[in-house]
Design a protein around this ligand. Sequence first.
Ligand code: NAP
Length: 514
Amino acid sequence: MTRLIIPIAASNIDEAEAQINAAKKAGAQMIELRLDYIRNLDTEITVALIDLVKSEPKSLPVVVTCRCSKQGGAIAYQEPFRIEILTEAIKAGADYIDCEYDSFVNLGNQEKIRLALASSIKTRLILSAHEFNGPFNNLAGIYRHIQATYPAAIPKLVYTANHINDCFPALDLLARTSDERIIFCMGEAGLITRVIAKKFNCYYTFASLTKDTSTAPGQLTVNDFKNLYRFNEIDEKTELYGIIGYPVGHSLSPAVHNACFDAMSLNKLYLPILLEGGQAQFDAFINNLNSRKYLNFKAFSVTIPHKQNCLSYVQRKNGKVEPLSEIIGSANTFKFGPDELVSAFNTDYTGALDAITKAGPKDLHGTKAAVIGAGGVARAVVAGLISVGAEVTIYNRTVKKAQKLAEEFNCEFAPLKELENIDAKLIVNCTSLGMTPNIETTPLPSELITKDMIVFDTVYSPPKTQLLKDAKAVKAKTISGLDMFISQAAAQFKIFTKQDADTKLMKKIVTKAL
Ligand code: NAP
């Protein structure tokens, strides 16, 4: 069982008491007292804080830590004092003390701690090592040294993942071992290790009360663990999914897919995968997963800047590429299996077409369509519209880009200025104009919108853009980017699970988040 432990990082006893009470209320299963945050720390304060954690009605197991500043400690307390605090904590009934392995190898320190532990019936020793700059040179070696030095200790090894591919040594060690141990990565790229630690029965994983009280980079809040990532449901059989992108922290996809997995009681988990770099890093990540079936990653959503990298990977592996994905030149969905087969799909165009046909005409054959923009989304929208026989004109600020796209798809193009003479039934905005924070901007002046038009804005933040407000004002039919987002997510969900998503739930989640 992996416990959720909340660290208490307070500068005085009153602040600490408030945090302890809040942590108990939030559902912490253990509490870590980070005494290196307490100003003017002494043994009396140490005992008082342990008592607060152990006090009823909700007494919790307590880890006492007084971290050295070299390994992330807040106040630079000297080593002899920190060892004294830890031995006092043992006497005061702490369930665990966390001592840096570097301090423990000093024989004087070791003797004091061993002596105190020998006189305690319950305190356990956690021997920890932290590397903030990047992966340890010899992670497995440190693990073995800790076990050899004090076999009853719980080894705790934590390092910063500067890249998602840095997570694999930690995951491999978790997979290879089954002893009591704590192993995970810090940093946004390391976030996945904190969550999937539960698949490997890691002894505990840290959760902060709020983003402000986090004690290490990449630490998730207890609310994120419980509600967004369904921590209680994760077990060794949980299948993994995610969104690969850079950046990825803003993505609504984890909230949407995890909520649908939850509603259908599926043992699946969807994670944000921060993948920095280009094709080489993308290939390395997928190859890393391919050689680690134990992780049970099944499929991904893929976003900027990896949509072309995803398609290229699958093409080079002679995988299965959905024909329109090939035509569009990018893929937003990646799937492993069956066997060694990899597959690429593009649900952006399905999402756009679904959104249009749900709100507007079912048959778009011969419909005059103006696509404003010539970037990635425009590409998918143009491919989708051409595939159903619409007559498309592409308008773009950079005319050369419009021309290139039009030549590829054998349609018309024009500069933005030409929108003055617009002659189209369907208008699709594929630029970022109107998007938060520039919500007052619009790609089409309001006087050019007429009642008989169908106006579709792919921008979904905010859901009601200036363009859609202008269209509504003249009673034109409107389609929100939100509908496209949900349709493409639903199409991905079907690829992931072979089941239909609860699109009403998806809409509720996205609307709430926006
Ligand atoms: P992209 O590849 O960077 O393309 C951006 C497009 O916007 C280009 O055509 C660009 O014109 C144009 N543009 C940017 N600033 C402009 C300005 N100030 N004036 C005129 N044109 C401007 O981006 P993308 O991936 O296609 O995404 C475009 C938008 O689609 C996003 O902003 C997002 O809101 C929306 N989107 C929606 C969904 C959905 O599911 N609903 C999914 C993804 C994206 P130039 O070529 O001249 O630079």
